[in-house]
Write a protein that binds this ligand. Structure first.
Ligand code: PHE
Length: 457
């Protein structure tokens, strides 16, 4: 099939861009506390299984679908199986998921940019230890602050996407990803050399299988997929930009390793510091916006630098992920005949409205919420809804149908041809990959975790 789009220029570019998509708020903000909540090393063990057996398989699946068809998600499925164009529904479902993810992503990234600003200006350092929860609530529920910062973040994202696949996305990722690794290592070294750091390592790595509930397993699976950006068509788009002679297995393996590495390093940077400062680890936004500032303040003046480094790290990680979400939606409309620049601006405008609604719906437990937080259909505010749907439910559903399409609908010969680069590469692992992982392990594990996670509370 013809693939005449501008794509990435090299394997390195592919890995950096896709790792840029994968490494994001999910790694630094969500993974550490999921790990703490669901049994430390027990969670890590299940996470690694999911990431390598299901996540990476899906990554390869989406890359193949993208590169083979040359399209974004909606057109990719029918292009590979023209007999049943209705498979495009899976692609559209993915676009819906991306829409929601980007909206909440913009909100949290906005907070992060705001905190970066507050740490650089010294504002964070001037707050008393006991007052960070109030400060965060004031910040996140104010009418203009979250909006200003999310607009700044959205504009940056848009600029990169308008820069194009090579000169925008690939260049920025090649620059930012190595920088990100350096930043997270700096934070790790600092955290590990604090007195009392070992307690944090224990919290993160001590296996406690009794905390592994079914709900936890679904959350871990959701996290594994969310973290690799699979199950919503984003990697189909990046797949369509992979050069023909690139080794898809190798790319996927590198991306997966980078993603896991940064998630684990983020945990190593965060928990030892939290315990060393005598704080207890909290879940959700509190950890990053209320507990960590206390930790930074306890380090004295140098804490200001570490606070700035941390919030910069989080903002940049979020930026490369938001870029991939905006690109996914832009490429989708571009496939439908819209000019790229018009599509990118249009999507950004819609996301802006959506993000403001989500931002205003946020409510920190025990405090007054934003102006839309009183709207709680089904007992949850809209922020919670979007968080839960995008974190636990939608990616596994998208992933399940994608892998069923790949394993049971698409032609096996096409898959072999694509993974072996038309017979150039020896892929002796193909049988195990296709007959075992793609056709059985992934769909069965996805189905069980989904059903059990939804019903067995
Ligand atoms: N993988 C990103 C993270 O962990 C989230 C993301 C999902 C980005 C889907 C792009 C597409 O934060």
């Amino acid at each position: 099939m013809a693939n005449n789009k501008t794509g990435f220029t090299s394997s390195f570019g592919v890995v950096m861009a896709a790792a840029g998509s994968a490494v994001g708020l999910g790694n630094i903000w969500r993974f550490p506390y999921i790990c703490g909540q669901y049994g430390g090393a027990a969670c890590l063990f299940v996470y690694l299984l999911f990431v390598f057996l299901i996540g990476m398989v899906l990554l390869m699946t989406e890359f193949v679908i993208g590169r083979r068809s040359g399209f974004a998600a909606e057109k990719a499925f029918p292009a590979l199986y023209p007999k049943r164009p209705s498979w495009k529904i899976v692609g559209l479902f993915g676009m819906f998921t991306c829409f929601l993810i980007l909206s909440i992503y913009l909100v949290i990234s906005g907070w992060t940019v705001g905190y970066f600003w507050d740490s650089v200006t010294g504002k964070l350092a001037s707050i008393e230890d006991g007052a960070f929860d109030e400060y965060f609530v004031q910040f996140s529920t104010s009418v203009w602050k979250p909006v200003v910062f999310l607009v700044i973040f959205l504009v940056l994202t848009l600029i990169v996407v308008l820069g194009g696949v090579q000169k925008g996305i690939e260049q920025v990722s090649k620059l930012l990803m190595p920088f990100l690794l350096v930043l997270v290592i700096v934070l790790c070294v600092r955290a590990l050399t604090l007195p009392g750091a070992s307690k944090g390592i224990e919290y993160l790595f001590n296996p406690d299988f009794s905390k592994l509930t079914w709900e936890g397993i679904l959350a871990i699976l959701g996290q594994a997929l969310f973290s690799l950006s699979v199950g919503m068509g984003a990697m189909i788009v990046y797949g369509s930009y992979i050069p023909r002679d690139n080794n898809i297995l190798k790319n996927a393996a590198w991306i997966t390793v980078c993603d896991v590495l940064i998630a684990v390093l983020a945990g190593v940077a965060i928990f030892p510091a939290v315990f060393a400062a005598g704080q207890s680890p909290a879940g959700g936004p509190s950890l990053v916006y209320e507990v960590l500032p206390i930790v930074f303040n306890s380090m004295g003046t140098i804490g200001i630098v570490f606070a700035a480094v941390f919030f910069l790290l989080l903002s940049l990680a979020a930026l490369t992920s938001a870029i991939s979400l905006l690109e996914t939606l832009t490429a989708w409309l571009h496939d439908r005949g819209m000019k790229r620049s018009v599509a990118a601006v249009l999507i950004s405008a819609i996301e802006l409205v959506l993000a403001v609604v989500v931002a205003y719906a946020y409510k920190r437990e025990g405090f007054d919420g934003g102006i839309l937080s009183g709207f709680t259909p089904g007992g949850r505010d809209l922020f919670d809804w979007v968080d839960k749907l995008t974190g636990s439910y939608l990616p596994p559903i998208g992933a399940l149908f994608t892998v069923i399409f790949f394993g049971w609908v698409m032609k096996k010969e096409d898959i072999y041809d694509e993974l072996s680069n038309h017979g150039v590469l020896k892929i002796s692992w193909f049988k195990v990959f296709y007959h075992f992982l793609v056709r059985f392990v992934a769909p069965v594990a996805l189905l069980i975790s989904l059903v059990a996670g939804i019903f067995a509370k």
